[in-house]
Design a binder for this molecule. Structure first.
Ligand code: ZN
Length: 995
């Protein structure tokens, strides 16, 4: 399609065929759905392809360069390269230009990602000068990286000694990607992704692990790594994506000099299709659990198919709608059949999605047993057989279409990234980059297809699933001995390797590992840093971005109305004050919101409520939270939150549903209640282990503030034990559970104070106002005196280890911190910001090879937490935590350092305002009393910061808090025991996450 620029005048008069700064304009296409114009161009000398989505109304400019990088093997070379190119380049030979830019830019997004088939480097910023600075650094990084052997060894893998000073100690393998992938491969969910995703494509690059299999990562050589860059990171293989309001001509002018260094060459990457099987295949694999853990209900089962071409938007859309029909809500027929069968605890890994250019379909359950695989497969196929014959009810189909419509309409946080990924669904595979951008049009086409052929989805089930032999069954079963076997095999492999080395070679390994570690602590010189393009404090906005909110009153409720463009979607949230809730009910709140989300209400069963939810909303949500008031340190807020989103035409029904959920949620269907409890147990079991750092944080902060204690009451190993006790003896606990849920419901309806936040259209706001008036009439509304839930401050700060099956550690040290209103806070944060980049990053990530680390002031809970994530070390990391004070005391920060921290932290408060996030943020700020004036006062205080003052404040806070610091480490029993052997009187008390 070749068209003239649209009426908004964007495209700046660029004509197809015209040459501009060495770029030939190939196509100009209006994209009204995105309020943008697409300009495609090719750089004639280098062959680089450019797509600019010029969006005159959006100041969040985004740039990304994508290279198709199909993995040649399982060594993770694309992923290691992704890390390494950001480690220094020709024009900017500083150590870690990427992290220096994260630290001192106002990037709203800056990162890099490796997918199964391509690697992408995106940056985004609201500030034009900053945007071009980031682009300049990224372009030099990808096209002229230094790729030193040191960076390869650090990011990929290298040998070192378990105890560096002891030449007789065993060899070990270290590397940041190596740790990251060891952390990822501890999770059975990722293993399922791996086995089921890659398992469908054994004969193509899609069957290999682009992230890196920890067992194969050490096979990668430095030469292979360099060659992979030489071959694929050339402009002719590069796809340059740009989004935002900066004119095309300016963008091209900026790019031209960089690309002029290169000569065009053939660099197209193949996208081979998997040869289809003539009969279904099966895989069964063990995954490790703790040697004392119960393997019951820990098996994952899935059925997986390749169903079509992920580059064909019509087919992709049909599969997306069918996924919604089969799994989209609690009453969706395949989901319901699986839950009702009780073959597993919950459905997971289910639906259609594109794996690069191939479309897949998956049906999975978790919380099952290996010997149920046959029954699971039979039930799935029988249900699909029935669904291929019976017509789907038209209102269910309509609801499934509508769920997809939300995805196409919503303007989410990170919107430019969303557009980038839609482009990358096609472009890296030699298909039209615009093909997935007009999603609404594809949805309408699919609707028309369905109108013409109401058996569309039945036929899709028949042809795509039942009659399709390219099907893979995966059984992933728990194995108590798997880890021990793997450890023995690894130790033997290291011993063999060691046996082949001379004493001199071993000494050499120790020396080069020590040299690598030592190099990480050497900071960049001020002269080297000055070469990076950067903002000054003069480039900062004079005042902060405010959410335009009007505060009003409807009956006895405060109503916030936010004036933010929402593209036809309406967002509503209701905050309910828990002050006055009887103390013994707090622990039941998560059960209450699970009942609201999954059970029936107002005389209708859960299936009917689920159908109504799917028919008139884009989702409802309910959860509780505790936090400190922004100006009064003595006020502990405890709140409940209801929310929903709905389209303009459906608000009446949506509010009707919400009213039923709030006023008449019903926990009395005991069969369903038991299923819901089974799902919660499965979900807690995975969350507590997989989000190990969060588990550590909740454990270590629970005695530091009442808000943190609530967080722990709701999600923790103790909370899981509470669920398990109820589950084991359901008959005995059911009545208390149902009764507590009803008491919470009645409290929220009659006694809680409500505050409402709304973003959306005028008509829906009028409907909302009427509804709130009628709801108000149904509330008895008497206030009750507040009762604080019990809070036990730590008498002695504990040192705890929580054991779960994992190959890495998550370490956390928590201490009390100044309240948000304290005048020290803005400067404290600047000091911690610098420590994050200049201390935690080099010491824990670059030297310790943990995937992440840092320190954070959490003003909602009033805590200061130091942490590490996917960390191979425990003792060394805790020592880094302990040395924080000495580090800060030893700094001679310059005003430039402080200014960089001011600029870098300003990005946190200058995020673009997108409707869903704005609606929630406006509400929480109002509830906490964190007004725009207060936020601006903190910002102004940070602008006045001096190095001496920042240092003084950080030291003061650490001195006051350090003696009250609690520690919690989440790791395997073996790693915790090993740490305890070295810790002496600083030992952890170890308990199990799952018991
Ligand atoms: Zn990574």
């Amino acid at each position: 399609m070749k068209q003239q620029p649209n009426a908004t005048g964007s495209g700046y008069g660029l004509q197809v065929g015209q040459v501009c700064d060495g770029f030939q304009i190939e196509q100009v296409t209006p994209l009204p759905e995105l309020r943008a114009t697409a300009i495609r161009a090719i750089h004639q000398k280098s062959g680089a392809r450019v797509l600019h989505l010029h969006a005159p109304d959006d100041s969040e400019n985004c740039f990304a360069v994508t290279f198709p990088t199909p993995p040649p093997d399982d060594t993770g070379v694309p992923h290691i390269l992704e890390h390494a190119v950001l480690g220094g380049s020709g024009k900017f030979p500083v150590r870690e230009p990427f992290f220096e830019m994260v630290k001192m830019s106002m990037a709203t997004f800056i990162n890099a990602m490796t997918s199964q088939a391509y690697t992408v480097y995106p940056v985004a910023s609201n500030v034009k000068k900053d945007f071009f600075n980031l682009v300049e650094v990224y372009l030099d990084a990808v096209f002229h990286p230094l790729l030193t052997e040191e960076v390869f060894r650090r990011e990929g893998h290298h040998l070192s000694l378990e105890i560096p000073a002891d030449l007789a100690s065993p060899l070990k393998i270290s590397g940041i990607v190596y740790s990251e992938m060891k952390g990822a491969s501890s999770m059975p969910e990722r293993l399922m992704w791996q086995l089921a995703g890659c398992g469908l494509f054994p004969d193509t690059p899609l069957g290999r692990d682009a992230g890196g299999d920890p067992e194969r990562i050490p096979d990668l050589t430095y030469e292979q790594f360099q060659r992979f860059h030489r071959e694929l990171y050339h402009p002719a293989n590069g796809l340059i994506f740009i989004y935002g309001d900066i004119p095309t001509a300016e963008q091209l002018q900026f790019l031209a000099p960089v690309l002029n260094d290169f000569e065009r060459r053939a660099a197209r990457v193949d996208t081979p299709r998997q040869r289809r099987w003539s009969r279904p295949q099966r895989i069964e694999k063990p995954y490790p659990i703790g040697s004392h853990e119960d393997p019951a209900a820990r098996t994952f089962l899935s059925l997986n198919w390749i169903v079509g071409d992920a580059l064909d938007p019509a087919s992709v859309m049909a599969w997306r709608v069918l996924s919604g029909l089969l799994f989209g809500n609690e009453a969706a027929p395949l989901k319901k059949a699986l839950i009702d069968s009780k073959l597993g605890a919950d459905v997971f890994f289910a639906g259609a999605w594109g794996q690069s250019y191939e479309e897949e379909f998956h049906v999975g359950i978790k919380g099952s047993e290996p010997d149920r695989a046959e029954a699971f497969e039979r039930l799935t196929l029988d249900t699909l057989e029935r669904l291929a014959i019976e017509p789907f009810a038209p209102d269910r189909v309509a609801a499934a279409f509508q769920q997809v419509a939300y995805e196409t309409l919503e303007v989410n946080t990170g919107f430019p990234l969303q557009v980038l990924f839609a482009t990358n669904a096609a472009w890296p595979f030699n298909a039209d980059p615009l093909s997935f951008l007009n999603a609404q049009q594809h949805l309408e086409t699919c609707r028309a297809r369905y109108a013409a052929d109401p058996r569309l989805f039945n036929c899709l089930i028949r042809a795509g699933l039942l009659d399709n032999p390219h099907r893979l069954r995966v059984v992933l079963r728990p194995d108590r001995d798997a880890q021990a076997r793997a450890d023995v095999a690894f130790a033997a492999q290291m011993a063999r390797q060691r046996a082949g080395l001379s004493a001199g070679q071993i000494a050499g390994i120790a020396t080069s590992a020590a040299a690598l570690a030592a190099a990480q602590s050497v900071p960049n010189s001020p002269e080297a840093l000055a070469r990076l393009p950067q903002l000054t404090t003069r480039d900062l906005p004079a005042s902060l971005r405010r959410i335009p909110t009007e505060v009003g009153q409807v009956a006895d409720m405060t109503v916030l109305r936010n004036d933010v463009f929402a593209n036809g979607v309406n967002y509503l949230e209701i905050d309910m004050d828990l002050a006055g809730l009887p103390a013994e009910l707090y622990r039941w709140l998560p059960r209450y919101y699970e009942v609201v989300g999954k059970m029936g209400a107002a005389g209708q069963n859960f299936a009917r409520i689920a159908e109504r939810r799917a028919a008139c909303t884009g989702g409802t949500w309910a959860y509780c939270n505790g936090y400190l008031h922004a100006t009064d340190p003595g006020r502990n807020l405890r709140r409940f939150r209801f929310g929903l989103k709905t389209l303009d035409g459906q608000a009446e029904n949506a509010l009707g549903l919400l009213g039923d959920l709030i006023f008449a949620t019903d926990p009395r269907d005991t069969d369903r209640l038991r299923d819901v409890l089974t799902q919660s147990r499965a979900s807690y079991r995975t969350t507590l282990v997989n989000s190990g750092l969060e588990t550590a944080r909740r454990q270590a902060t629970r005695g530091l503030s009442p808000a943190a204690a609530l967080d722990h009451l709701w999600v923790s190993p103790d909370a899981l034990r509470f669920i398990e006790a109820m589950h084991t003896d359901f008959g005995q606990h059911a009545e208390e559970l149902m009764c507590s849920v009803e008491r919470i419901r009645d409290f929220l309806v009659h006694h809680a104070r409500w505050t409402i936040s709304f973003t959306g259209s005028d008509t829906v706001f009028r409907t909302l106002t009427r509804t709130l008036e009628s709801w108000s009439a149904r509330r008895r509304g008497e206030t009750v005196p507040d009762i604080l839930p019990s809070f036990q401050p730590f008498a002695l700060p504990p040192r705890e280890g929580l054991a779960g099956e994992m190959k890495v550690a998550h370490c956390l040290k928590a201490m009390p911190a100044p309240h948000l209103a304290h005048p020290d806070v803005p400067l404290l944060r600047l000091g911690l910001y610098l420590a994050n980049y200049d201390y935690f990053l080099p010491e824990i990530r670059f030297k310790g090879h943990a995937y992440g680390a840092g320190v954070r002031h959490d003003d909602a809970h009033g805590t200061l937490c130091q942490s590490s994530f996917s960390d191979p070390n425990i003792v060394e990391t805790l020592e880094v935590f302990n040395r924080l004070r000495a580090y800060v005391a030893g700094q001679r920060w310059s005003q430039t350092d402080i200014d960089r921290a001011i600029i870098g932290s300003a990005k946190e408060i200058e995020r673009p305002i997108r409707p869903a996030a704005a609606n929630g943020t406006a509400l929480i700020r109002y509830i906490r009393g964190d007004s725009d004036a207060l936020r601006e006062a903190r910002y102004a205080a940070s602008l006045r910061a001096t190095p001496e003052k920042v240092q003084e404040i950080v030291l003061r806070v650490l001195d006051a808090s350090q003696p009250r610091a609690a520690v919690c480490v989440v790791s395997s029993r073996e790693k915790l025991a090993e740490a305890n052997r070295r810790l002496g009187d600083q030992r952890f008390a170890v308990s199990d996450i799952l018991s």
